[in-house]
Design a protein. Structure first.
Length: 515
């Protein structure tokens, strides 16, 4: 079969693949798209890591193999880094099926009975007209019930020997009764302020250990067609106060568009860590013009109903819409720590990955592995400092002591600020420090030379110092401002080692004006 008919409808608008294109042309298009996705993923990961606050990371792409090698210094929380790197940041907003929907109620009852029959080996005759998953669902279901290869579904282990129900013993029938209902604690409606029943956004709660079994049930052909074609089940974090229930997840019935997509995505969103009206940690989101218009339409249509906020197919919240929201503001709230909320905001801010990034290998090393590099960098810094220290004493004598004291204060303040910011000193950072020393010494040399010139004119020490500082102010400021502008440009456009170098340089330049 030719590739073009399949990819023509999936190649954008207008389509970049025509229905009569050759397979070679389609393959070339796919290769180009893969390269674009790889480069975009590399750029977004770089942005995320720099926002993460790791100093001077090493990020090396290998487009041929499709690998991105990342080295992060000074990071101890592995799980936090894994989540930060692997999240695709696919933010979506969906309408929700609640138990107020007869389609959902009937679907769950029918699915529960279909799974029970499947486990008991009963031949299923599908009379449903809801939304068949395949052209001949009944035939598929019958085949599945008769055959147990152990390869098509992990349910074979649960179902055991699938013999006709008439020959199954009563113990097995009881064990297989109500299979979906046993896994889920269904949500119950509650009375609203007007006395009417209010249905929660979620279907109910399920232990995380049972999600695999439920997923297997929902993937069965005899189950798929019991629900509307635009219904997708997703899990979310359960907001339960009891710490013993930390492994409980919430189950949602998400309503998609006919094409399976969300009505509103997370493109053009700026995000920041905030607090909700209850004082809980939350993520505040501001949408662009297009997002604001879509959000207004969606909230206007769903007043009094929940809208699910979904990130990477995980429901973070599903608040009820009290009134139309036309400002483009929204919020994700939940049981977050400040770090988790900040990480999530940074992930949303940096953009969505075009393809999932998976960690295929990881290694955590201690300082012993890089001991020689650390020793070499520290030694080069120490040697340069001692040489400059000695030259200042030999050339300027008493004035050299003043300059050296100022130099030491400059370094102490710079390292103190970097430490307070959680900065890990790496080779580019050390280079920035060495440059800072050179700039500070250059400033002192200019000032002392101006003072010497004034002394040769026969002025007193006090007048020579005053006039020397006054005459040296212009060149010193000029040197600092031009260097600072360069460092700011490097910090703004640079990533990784360049950003680490620029950060150290900016701090050192500003401090050298006062030390």
């Amino acid at each position: 079969a030719k590739l073009a008919p399949y990819f023509a409808a999936r190649s954008g608008t207008p389509p970049k693949v025509k229905i009569d294109d050759s397979d070679d042309k389609v393959a070339s298009y796919l290769k180009d798209q893969a390269n674009i996705a790889f480069n975009t993923t590399y750029r977004i990961l770089r942005t995320r890591i720099d926002r993460f606050g790791v100093a001077s990371p090493n990020i090396n792409p290998d487009p041929v193999k499709g690998y991105i090698n990342i080295e992060l210094a000074g990071v101890n929380d592995k799980e936090r880094v894994r989540a930060f790197l692997q999240s695709t940041a696919n933010l979506q907003f969906f309408e929700v099926y609640t138990f107020e929907s007869k389609e959902l109620q009937n679907g769950i009852l029918a699915a529960d009975k279909a799974v029970e029959d499947y486990l008991n080996g009963v031949k299923v005759t599908d009379t449903s007209k809801a939304a068949p998953a395949t052209a001949d669902t009944a035939k598929t279901a019958t085949t599945a019930a008769k055959t147990d290869t152990g390869k098509t579904s992990t349910l074979s282990a649960i179902a055991g020997n699938t013999k006709p129900a008439a020959k199954a013993d009563s113990a097995k029938l009881n064990a297989n009764k109500n299979p979906i209902g046993r896994l889920i604690q269904f949500s119950q409606p509650y009375a609203g302020q007007d006395g009417k029943a209010v249905y929660p956004a979620s279907i109910g709660y399920i232990p995380s250990k049972d999600t695999g079994t439920l997923n297997d049930y929902l993937r069965l052909d005899v189950v798929k067609n019991k629900f509307p074609s635009n219904l997708v089940f997703m899990y979310g974090k359960a907001e339960l106060d009891d710490p013993k229930l930390k492994d409980i997840l919430t189950l949602y019935a998400i309503k998609t568009l006919d094409n399976g997509q969300a009505e509103l995505g997370g493109e053009g969103i700026s995000a920041s860590q905030d607090y909700d009206e209850r004082g809980r940690i939350a993520i505040k989101m501001n949408m662009d013009k297009a997002g604001t218009a879509g959000w207004a339409r969606m909230t206007t249509r769903n007043v009094g109903k929940p809208i699910a906020v979904v990130l990477d197919n995980f429901v973070y919240s599903a608040p009820n819409v009290n009134e139309p929201i036309t400002t483009g503001n929204s919020q994700i709230s939940g049981s977050y720590t400040i770090k988790e909320a900040q990480d999530l905001a940074e992930i949303l801010e940096s953009g969505k990955l075009p393809a999932p990034a998976k960690i295929i290998q990881e290694q955590q090393v201690g300082p012993t592995l890089g001991k020689e590099s650390i020793k070499g960098g520290a030694m080069s810094f120490l040697v340069s400092f001692i040489v400059i220290f000695a030259l200042m004493l030999l050339y300027f004598n008493t004035g050299g002591w003043v300059a050296n004291i100022a130099l030491i204060l400059n370094l102490l303040f710079t390292i103190g600020i970097l430490s307070a910011l959680g900065f890990t000193l790496t080779a580019p950072g050390i280079a920035g420090l060495v440059l800072t020393i050179g700039l500070a010494v250059d400033t002192n040399v200019i000032i002392f030379e101006r003072i010497k010139e004034e002394l040769t004119k026969g002025k007193s020490y006090q007048n020579a110092v005053n006039d020397g500082y006054r005459r040296s102010l212009s060149p010193v400021l000029d040197a600092h401002v031009t260097t600072l502008l360069t460092a700011i440009i490097l910090a703004y456009f640079g990533l990784g080692p360049v950003l680490g170098f620029a950060t150290t340089q900016i701090i050192g330049i500003l401090l050298s004006l006062f030390c």
